[in-house]
Ligand binder design. Structure first.
Ligand code: DI6
Ligand code: FE
Length: 401
């Protein structure tokens, strides 16, 4: 079999569904051709392979490239000042009244040039790539006008042109109410549905549509309108759901066949059951849980009981999760949410791919998928979850390169 490159003498954690646990292959190899895996498995079972380049991995571990399936990487400014005020005892309400919160990031994002937005996002993306990320999802949601939301999404798309990484974009116009809306949420949702989604869908700027279903954001009924507009324009949906309270966002998302429902600290069993039946992925965001010092963890046992796939992501955003480390996210998934090592590693590979509707394309070491690999200097996969602030990445491969 012709191939471009072979990685041999490796230990594989394939994350393939039809294998137990991590799908470990002790003496394995991966072969690629035209950026796709043509073989991944035991060296002894490999077909005759002819490759101009053979890489000896010297016993290192190979996992699928890591996927960050929930980020707000593109935004202006930061909220470090607000962080200091919170430490000094200021409440979110006091900060919001002083012009802080999402609104301050909206102002900073609108004021930033496209070049500045790109440069700032690249610093965050480079941190993720350095730890083995080969795909990231990037949301809008800090523009809140058609022009500014489209600009965020264009910058997100440019990230994939500036770096060897796959970028998926999500329109999150229903993230917060802009100040110029004068408190009229229904009017703003009408703008999101009637003007923004049609224009963004027509320009192909978004791969999915998301919304923030919360008392401080938008109601289930307003989210329903956003989802109906997304469906009318052929876009799949995701939802920031049940993060601070139970508005039954999980069931709402499942009802629309959402790719994922995200956060879910306050999800109830009816919502989790609905997610299991709909195949909606639970995207767990321990960075936000940690940073806002939440005390109610998502119902992990319910997700397990109802067969809901669990993904993990950084939720990289300036307000509640200024986190650009998938490796630390892995540790938080285990330490804070009590996920197993296997669940954590599946959460940033196979299940994260599912949360983006790309389970057929990426997320496991299987023939036919993109040859996205992370090669690690570790003795056992658990080290990727166990350590904090240590990066054992030896090499990263994106589309076979
Ligand atoms: N949930 C969150 O935690 C962030 N957005 C959301 O929907 C907060 C975003 C911010 O504070 O800038
Ligand atoms: Fe988020």
């Amino acid at each position: 079999m012709r191939c471009d490159r072979i990685w041999r003498k490796a230990r594989l954690a394939s994350l393939a569904r039809d294998h137990e646990g991590l799908g470990v292959v002790e003496r394995g190899l991966v072969a690629c051709h035209d950026g796709r895996i043509v073989y991944a498995g035991p060296a002894n079972d490999a077909p005759a392979l002819d490759a101009p380049e053979i890489i000896d991995c010297e016993g290192r571990w190979i996992t699928p490239g890591l996927i960050d399936c929930h980020t707000h990487l593109v935004h202006g400014g930061d909220r470090a000042r607000e962080f200091e005020l919170r430490l000094a005892g200021a409440t979110y309400e006091e900060i919001a009244r002083a012009g802080g919160g999402i609104v301050s990031t909206v102002a900073a994002t609108r004021a930033a040039s496209e070049a500045d937005l790109l440069a700032a996002a690249l610093t965050r993306l480079d941190a993720l790539i350095a730890e083995g990320a080969t795909m990231v999802e990037v949301k809008s949601g800090y523009g809140l006008t058609l022009a500014d939301e489209a600009r965020q999404l264009r910058v997100a798309r440019r990230l994939g042109q500036e770096r060897p990484v796959s970028v998926r974009t999500t329109f999150l116009g229903a993230h917060a109410l802009p100040q110029e809306a004068g408190g009229d949420k229904d009017a703003y949702i009408a703008l999101v549905c009637g003007t923004m989604i049609p224009a963004i869908a027509a320009e192909g700027l978004a791969d999915a549509v998301d919304a923030f279903c919360e008392g401080i954001a938008f109601s289930p009924d307003q989210v329903r309108r956003v989802f109906e507009a997304a469906a009318a324009h052929g876009l799949r949906v995701k939802l920031h759901a049940d993060q601070l309270s139970n508005l039954h966002g999980a069931a709402l998302a499942a009802g629309f066949g959402a790719l994922s429902a995200d956060h879910l600290e306050h999800a109830d069993e009816a919502g989790v059951r609905a997610m299991g039946l709909a195949g909606t992925v639970a995207v767990l965001l321990p960075g936000a849980y940690y940073f806002v010092r939440e005390t109610k963890a998502p119902p992990i046992d319910l997700f397990r009981r109802h067969g809901v796939p669990m993904a993990l992501a950084t939720d990289c955003n300036p307000g509640t999760s200024p986190l650009t480390s998938l490796l630390l996210t892995l540790n938080m998934g285990a330490t804070l949410f009590r996920l197993t090592v296997d669940e954590c590693l599946a959460g940033v590979t196979r299940e994260a791919a599912k949360a983006l509707g790309l389970a057929h394309e990426v997320g496991t070491l299987e023939a036919g998928k993109a040859c996205d690999l992370a090669i690690w200097d570790i003795d056992r996969p658990a080290e990727l979850v166990y350590r904090m602030g240590f990066n054992p990445l030896h090499a990263r491969v994106w589309r076979g390169q």
